[in-house]
Design a protein around this ligand. Structure first.
Ligand SMILES: Cc1cc2nc3c(=O)[nH]c(=O)nc-3n(C[C@H](O)[C@H](O)[C@H](O)COP(=O)(O)OP(=O)(O)OC[C@H]3O[C@@H](n4cnc5c(N)ncnc54)[C@H](O)[C@@H]3O)c2cc1C
Length: 338
């Protein structure tokens, strides 16, 4: 366990924004987590759990508390059946490293989630998803420390209320994930329904193994998202709105071409990127150094000289304009580090 003082949050987050954190404690195991929480409590300071910092916006005036940074390492495989295996990963393992490990072992289930930044421990928090797959399809259980006690609880995926970019871990404060377990298949098949993958398949690209699908997904993503080594971003800043299907139908009649996907019996998901692009003509809209990414307007990019305040003002402007044009109140995907 290491403790540092006055650490710039721009060095811990992919937005590369934010003032200093008063303390940052790097935790390698369960005992470190308890010690870090005790450290914060003794000083009467709040604490915030951080993984790779790829889904948070830190404030310009920093964080006057203790950042508990989850570095728990390790990946282990357990055989569970002839056609399935369990991969257990420490919260600090890079998510994409875990996906690559699954592929190396010929295990199916998370290959469409290749290339998502961040850590394994954060993956269940918003039930990461991409290219027609969500973590909920493979997550078996998590080991997590509850807010009120120094103990580890094993929670089955079914207890986590995993939903579109949502989970119980997001709504109940204080859970700290120590490790996650994925149940993966040896006899899986590629899931290529998503347009970009389907067209690669049609063009004759071999997409027969988890490794081949993972590689294709990483390539597709590289063309869609800003390069993190060049630009600050936290990926999609907003969720796609899920609204009543009747409202979605009315909206699609008003704006022909609006992509609408049934979510459940009563609700449908509508494409926010399409609304920003085709209804609001908002591609490239900017406030100070923050702008909507030209190739994908649902993504906010922090350019040179940007501040967290710029991002906040841009996000507020977008939300207001979407509401004025469509009546939809959009939700943020990115979390505020506070
Ligand atoms: C370029 C880019 C593309 C992205 N694409 C996608 C995508 O396709 N799909 C998708 O779903 N997401 C995407 N994201 C968002 C992000 O990668 C995921 O949300 C990821 O799971 C965040 O991991 P992290 O370790 O960086 O979490 P952080 O940003 O550090 O934390 C995110 C939240 O999880 C909490 N948290 C972190 N670790 C733990 C833990 N161990 N225990 C309890 N709580 C914890 C934090 O308190 C915070 O609320 C993208 C981000 C970027 C920058």
């Amino acid at each position: 366990m290491t403790t540092r003082e006055h650490v710039p949050l721009r060095t811990l987050t992919t937005f590369r924004l934010g003032g200093d954190a008063r303390f940052v404690i790097d935790c390698e195991n369960e005992a470190d987590v308890y010690a870090a929480r005790a450290f914060a409590k003794e000083r009467g300071l709040p604490s915030y759990v951080l993984g790779g910092g790829s889904n948070v916006l830190a404030a310009d005036d920093g964080y006057a508390g203790v950042i508990i940074r989850m570095n728990v390492p390790g990946i282990a495989e357990e055989a569970v059946a002839e056609d399935a295996a369990r991969l257990i990963a420490g919260a600090g393992v890079s998510w994409d490293t875990l996906v690559a490990e699954a592929a190396r072992r010929g295990l199916w289930g998370v290959e469409n989630l290749a290339g998502i930044p961040g850590t394994a421990g954060a993956a269940p928090v918003q039930n990461i998803g991409a290219y027609g797959t969500e973590l909920s399809g493979s997550l078996e259980w998590i080991d997590a420390v509850p807010a009120d006690a120094d103990r580890v609880e094993r929670l089955a995926a079914a207890e986590l209320a995993l939903a579109y970019r949502d989970s119980r871990l997001k709504r109940e404060k204080g859970w700290i994930v120590l490790r996650i377990a994925l149940r993966l298949r040896r006899d899986g098949a590629p899931m290529l329904a998503y347009r970009d993958l389907a067209s690669r398949k049609e063009a004759g690209e071999p997409l027969r193994t988890p490794a081949e699908v993972g590689r294709a997904v990483r390539e597709i993503r590289a063309g869609k998202f800003p390069d993190l080594s060049v630009s600050g971003t936290a990926g999609s800043f907003f969720k796609n709105p899920v609204i009543r299907s009747a409202e979605a139908k009315a909206l699609a009649e008003r704006y022909p071409g609006l992509p609408v996907y049934p979510a459940d019996e009563e609700t449908s998901k509508v494409s926010l990127a399409w609304i920003l692009d085709c209804v609001l003509d908002a591609r490239g809209l900017s406030v100070g150094g923050a702008r909507l990414f030209e190739r994908q307007p649902i993504v906010i990019v922090a350019g040179d000289g940007a501040t967290a305040k710029d991002v906040e003002l841009l996000a507020e402007t977008v939300a207001r304009r979407v509401e004025e044009a469509t009546g939809i109140s959009i939700e943020r995907e990115v979390r505020t580090l506070a």
